[in-house]
Design a protein around this ligand. Structure first.
Ligand SMILES: Nc1ncnc2c1ncn2[C@@H]1O[C@H](COP(=O)(O)OP(=O)(O)OP(=O)(O)O)[C@@H](O)[C@H]1O
Length: 683
């Protein structure tokens, strides 16, 4: 029969009580069968045999209550005082410890199954599948290192250099008896094939652990997991790629670029050091020319951090504005209370002379890396360029509807609060991510032109009419790719009519009808409504929302889908978060400097198992002695550990003198127990 490495643990075997109960597993290691082995016990010899509980736990709680094995690794120390004795017991197993001698051999000189008990070990009996027993009558009964003799009793080819986790496993793996080739496989159940993980197994292509980072990416290199070719296609259902474990590359890159933009600072910008509680100003304007077209004042916008809450804000400054009515600035409080995903929240406004003039600052939420609809559709780097013959629509209808739905939702919130947006200009609607638009300059007009909506052109109904009309102009300018329709408030009606006609040809009837509603009856909008006090406003946001209801449903559905996608992306990171926590615990436990000179600390009990497991996960070598950097193996092991599965793993010490078979479940218990101990001693 195949000889098992003598120190391998075979919990659950006849010779090892295997209840999974820790108290049971800590009982003195008993012979396999008391009837068989009891007579062969020679008290003189037994006292020479090191108790396996010492090897595994570092101590034996039955030492003073009848355990017949030797409890001292150094017989000379038997003379020590009880305190010194217990101290030394903790340190008994160290690098200088004698190699493990199975009790069965030393006691009777007869080779029996090794029966080393592992703390809470619950492993199944190891049954080599070798059909031909390898028994050598002349074989010495002493322990034979698994590294020195292979399944055939011959020296394995790879013995000269121990390939950690490979050679001893090869002795036990079912196929080894059939093919004793030097390319040995670790004992692990092949469950997943990690499609493109091959690159991680090649040290030369090891992008995951790359050292050299491009210096200009501060603080993060967001290409860390960028997939390299060749990409494995047609994966089987149980196969996964490395990328499948992490946030998708595009999303991660987008988020990291946004983080980078949020944290950007300009050490020498020539801007004031601070404005009120805001500091580290960074200009956001893409256009350096002064323009007073929208507000009647030149406006600038900066990113800044707030001293009060540490958040990042966008500060819009109107240059040369002198506040005459203190009440006007109070309207900001009304805007502050509004919350809608289609508008940028306004927090406060204050005046300042920090720029050497009278300026007013409006503080908004900062949305990193946003661009205006003007830049997106009409700028030099427009996202939707005109088709070559100019006949086909350049902006997909789905995108147009998405804008309409979001902006009308913002208008609904604003109008319901008895306020008006008043600025619906392509340069004041920002795109904060794909197809996500927000009104970015709300509340400004109320402060600079007053909002005492006392009838006439300033009546709230008239302003609502204007909002709807301006929304129509904005959308029409996008579908016709003509920014003049949006930027010119007095665009002639003929131009509007012609553009509507074009929109009708290129887009659906529904879109044309929606635009016609927004742009129709403009003669009674603004100043016309409310002058006589009889006319009802001809358009209102509620009616418009009814018209576009089917598209609101579609838009809602898409956003729910997107939410699902984001949630599943989040789940991936959740899994990674678990693994990071596990890795943190490992690092807390392994190689603690304060126990540097106390090898017994890591050489005994749970900590010893974890030390071996760490080697199993991270420090394997291939058959040529090269480090295996297979991320798939690491993730697989850590996930199994975290899930505490019952699957067993064989751990081998670096000197190949001990092999322990434990389940992930037991290892998880070890991690938790040791980490608890550490935390307790901390606190
Ligand atoms: N709340 C915000 N958060 C982040 N960036 C913003 C915010 N509001 C505007 N921006 C960005 O600031 C830049 C400048 O915006 P601004 O409104 O000044 O546009 P502009 O084209 O310069 O218009 P104008 O000609 O009126 O100055 C744009 O890239 C815009 O995306």
């Amino acid at each position: 029969m195949l000889k098992q490495p003598a120190s391998a643990v075979a919990p659950g075997s006849a010779s090892s009580p295997n209840t999974g109960d820790k108290s049971t597993s800590e009982s003195p290691v008993k012979p396999a069968s008391s009837e068989v082995r009891q007579p062969s016990i020679n008290p003189g010899k037994q006292s020479q045999t090191l108790c396996r509980n010492i090897l595994i736990h570092g101590y034996c709680k039955f030492e003073n209550s009848g355990c017949i094995f030797r409890h001292d690794t150094n017989p000379v120390q038997q003379q020590q005082s009880p305190t010194a004795k217990s101290e030394s017991a903790k340190k008994r197993l160290n690098v200088d410890s004698p190699s493990f001698m199975p009790g069965s051999i030393a006691a009777g000189g007869v080779v029996t199954k090794a029966s080393l008990s592992v703390p809470s070990a619950d492993s199944a009996i190891f049954v080599p599948r070798m059909s031909t027993p390898v028994s050598d009558p002349n074989q010495s009964p002493s322990y034979t290192s698994p590294a020195t003799v292979d399944a055939y009793g011959q020296k394995p080819i790879i013995n000269s250099q121990f390939v950690h986790g490979y050679s001893p496993i090869a002795q036990m793996a079912p196929h080894v008896g059939v093919d004793p080739s030097p390319v040995q496989q670790p004992i692990q159940t092949p469950t997943y094939e990690y499609g493109s993980m091959g690159q991680y197994a090649q040290p030369s292509q090891d992008i995951y652990y790359q050292q050299a980072q491009p210096a200009h990416y501060q603080p993060l290199n967001y290409h860390l997991y960028a997939p390299l070719p060749p990409h494995k296609v047609n994966l089987l259902p149980y196969q996964r790629t490395v990328q499948g474990f992490f946030l998708s590359d595009n999303l991660r890159e987008e988020l990291q670029r946004k983080t980078e933009a949020s944290l950007q600072i300009l050490p020498t910008s020539g801007l004031p050091d601070a404005l009120d509680v805001y500091y580290s100003l960074v200009p956001l304007d893409t256009n350096t020319e002064k323009s007073s077209r929208v507000f009647g004042y030149a406006s600038w916008i900066y990113k800044a951090f707030s001293k009060s809450d540490g958040n990042t804000y966008a500060l819009r400054r109107l240059e040369g504005f002198k506040l005459t009515d203190e009440k006007a600035i109070a309207t900001v409080q009304q805007w502050r209370r509004l919350s809608n995903a289609g508008m940028v929240t306004l927090f406060e406004a204050f005046t300042t002379r920090a720029f050497g003039d009278n300026s007013i600052i409006f503080v908004y939420d900062y949305h990193p890396l946003s661009s205006t609809l003007f830049d997106t559709h009409f700028g030099p780097d427009a996202r939707y360029p005109m088709s070559r013959n100019g006949s086909s629509p350049v902006v997909p209808e789905q995108v147009v509807w998405s804008y309409i739905v979001q902006l009308s939702s913002a208008l609904k919130t604003i109008h319901s609060a008895n306020l008006a947006a008043r600025v619906l200009d392509a340069s004041k609607v920002i795109l904060t991510s794909k197809m996500r638009v927000r009104l970015s300059a709300v509340g400004i007009m109320d402060v600079i032109s007053g909002n005492d909506y006392n009838g006439g052109a300033n009546s709230i109904q008239a302003l609502h009419q204007d909002d709807l009309y301006n929304l129509g102009r904005l959308i029409l300018s996008i579908v016709c790719n003509n920014h003049a329709i949006s930027t010119n408030a007095n665009v002639p009606q003929q131009v509007i009519a012609k553009s509507l006609e074009y929109a009708g040809r290129s887009y659906s009837v529904g879109l044309k009808a929606a635009l016609a509603y927004l742009l129709g009856n403009n003669v009674v909008s603004a100043g016309s409504v409310g002058k006589d006090g009889l006319k009802e406003p001809v358009k209102n946001i509620d009616e418009f929302l009814r018209i576009i209801a089917p598209h609101i449903q579609q838009s809602f559905n898409s956003s729910l889908h997107y939410q699902d996608i984001l949630e599943s992306e989040l789940c991936k990171e959740l899994e990674n978060g678990r693994l990071v926590r596990l890795l943190c615990k490992f690092n807390f436990i392994n190689e603690r400097p304060e126990y540097d000179h106390d090898s017994a600390w890591s050489e005994t009990g749970d900590r010893y198992l974890l030390k071996l497991f760490r080697d199993y996960v991270f420090h394997q070598n291939d058959e040529n002695g090269r480090p295996v950097t297979d991320l798939g193996h690491v993730l697989r092991c850590l996930n199994k550990l975290d899930a505490a599965v019952d699957e067993k793993v064989m751990l081998v010490s670096r000197d190949e003198q001990s092999c322990l078979i434990v389940s992930y479940k037991e290892l998880k218990n070890c991690v938790d127990a040791v980490f608890r101990d550490l935390s307790r001693s901390n606190g």
